[in-house]
Design a protein around this ligand. Structure first.
Ligand SMILES: [Zn+2]
Length: 494
């Protein structure tokens, strides 16, 4: 953003801060009023309180059969780089084809712009302030909250997860409920040798071997793909496969920090590349690569088994110059960082697009409900399939995105954003239309402000990762790397 625009924004913020004095948020002690209200409303809505297999009869899919369930989370994936969300870069032919047969939610909001808090909300259907991970990214862990995988395992499912991000290793507790939690990573990031990851080809091949095992029970599989996360280094043929409009653009400075404020963050720097489009093309190339492997997986599980539920989303987005931030995430709760793709395919659901707001907390109740199992008490989300099948519009509600120092509450076409960096908080209202477009608005709504105030008063103890388990986890990955282990198809895996 140019200096003049930044000065203008600051002036508008000062003006609105004064104009909105009566709506400023005040932080005070813990209060759980809104939670109990929501729980009551949720259970009235579901109207179900049986256990385990008895829920088969209440399944939102074909009665009498357990569906298989595939949850896909794409790390760092902005929806506007997918054809299904309007991109013409050609980065996602497989996801686009999948979307044509699915329900595509245009307005999905992430719980956070950070990996672990978002995934914890996906797995537990709790807001960031309610689960024991909180807004920390790797230093805290889930500690006893009922997770999606636990529900499926208790309901008679075989469960497995294949994750590609070092932060999602077993120390953060997301492995609870999985029979197999494959977090064996051995590739190192291009610019950060202490960050390990796994790419789409290897994760997919490992998952397909697991799927090919003989089993008599249905399965729940969580696939996490790390590829779109920076640094953007796609295989050459995939970089060449995408086409972005090259605008007349100025080169960006190369920074020595990882934040990406007004320049290319250090961890993203590629020699000889300084223009935004050079990085955007490589980002799209990474998506093209994971899309190809995702396509193999989708064809294997969906086309061969008509009774499979698939939900695809991202843990958060990525900034591409919005408010001067480049190729990074985790610093804000604006649409560039928390608007995510959200695509659901299930037997009996008619394909189409929905404009109603959805959120990470809807993932678990939706998948559990579709399988006919019992949604845990206290879930914050809704069973999307029930709403879709009823023919009604999705409910109007406030949903939250939280990184600790900044929180936004989204409702319809608006959101309120609060900086908590100072002892006194500062709030601003915005309208938004897409990942890229939001603007300061005179809009204000009593319900949104009230919901937000309730949210900010939630106080939960975050649980710290056990240092010994973290060290052991890192040591295990280093050993794997040193052994040259894990070359898919070459090593002695059954
Ligand atoms: Zn992430």
């Amino acid at each position: 953003m140019m200096t003049s625009a930044r000065q203008k924004l600051t002036a508008i913020r000062d003006y609105l801060k004064f104009a909105h004095t009566d709506r400023k948020i005040t932080l005070s002690g813990p209060r759980w009023r809104s939670r109990s209200t929501t729980i009551l409303r949720f259970h009235l809505f579901t109207g179900i309180s049986f256990v385990g297999l008895l829920f088969l009869s209440c399944s939102e899919t074909r009665s009498g059969e357990f569906p298989n369930v595939l949850l896909i989370t794409l790390d760092t994936l902005r929806p506007d780089f997918l054809g299904a969300y309007g991109s013409n870069a050609g980065a996602s032919p497989e996801i686009d084809a999948f979307a044509l047969k699915s329900v595509v939610f245009d307005r999905a909001i992430a719980a956070s712009s950070r990996t672990v808090p978002s995934h914890a909300s996906i797995m537990t259907s709790l807001w960031v302030r309610e689960h024991s991970v909180g807004w920390a990214n790797g230093s805290s862990r889930l500690n006893g909250e009922k997770s999606l995988a636990e529900v499926f395992r208790a309901g008679g499912y075989d469960t497995a997860a294949f994750v590609g991000n070092m932060l999602l290793g077993t120390p953060v507790g997301l492995d609870s409920g999985f029979d197999l939690y494959d977090d064996d990573l051995h590739d190192t990031e291009a610019n950060r040798s202490n960050f390990m990851e796994r790419r789409a080809d290897e994760s997919t091949e490992r998952a397909m071997r697991w799927l090919a095992e003989e089993r008599e029970r249905p399965w729940f599989l969580w696939m996490h793909y790390q590829d779109a996360h920076g640094p953007y280094v796609p295989p050459e043929e995939h970089a060449a496969a995408v086409h972005l409009e090259i605008a007349d653009e100025a080169p960006l400075p190369l920074l020595d920090k990882n934040r990406g404020k007004n320049g290319v963050p250090a961890y993203q720097v590629r020699p000889g590349s300084q223009t935004p489009s050079a990085y955007a093309e490589r980002y799209a190339g990474e998506i093209h690569f994971l899309d190809a492997w995702l396509g193999k997986l989708l064809r294997a599980v969906v086309e061969e088994d008509r009774n499979t539920i698939v939900l695809l989303t991202a843990d958060h987005g990525e900034s591409f110059g919005e408010e001067g931030l480049w190729f990074s995430h985790g610093f804000r709760t604006t649409p560039d960082q928390v608007h995510v793709p959200f695509i659901l395919q299930a037997p009996g659901l008619n394909p189409g697009r929905r404009r109603g707001l959805v959120h990470h907390v809807d993932v678990a109740p939706t998948l559990i409900g579709l399988a006919g199992l019992e949604v845990p008490r206290g879930s914050r989300g809704i069973r999307l399939a029930k709403w879709l099948q009823s023919g009604r519009n999705l409910p109007i509600r406030s949903v939250f995105s939280d990184i600790g120092t900044e929180v936004s509450a989204y409702r319809g076409d608006h959101f309120i954003r609060v900086s908590l960096r100072k002892s006194d908080s500062e709030s601003m209202y915005f309208s938004w239309t897409s990942t890229r477009n939001w603007f300061i608005s005179e809009f204000s709504e009593k319900q949104l402000s009230s919901d937000f105030e309730d949210y900010l008063e939630i106080q939960t103890d975050f649980v710290t990762v056990d240092e010994q388990s973290r060290l052991e986890h890192e040591l295990r990955m280093r050993q794997l790397q040193a052994l040259g282990y894990l070359e898919v198809g070459k090593e002695a895996e059954p």
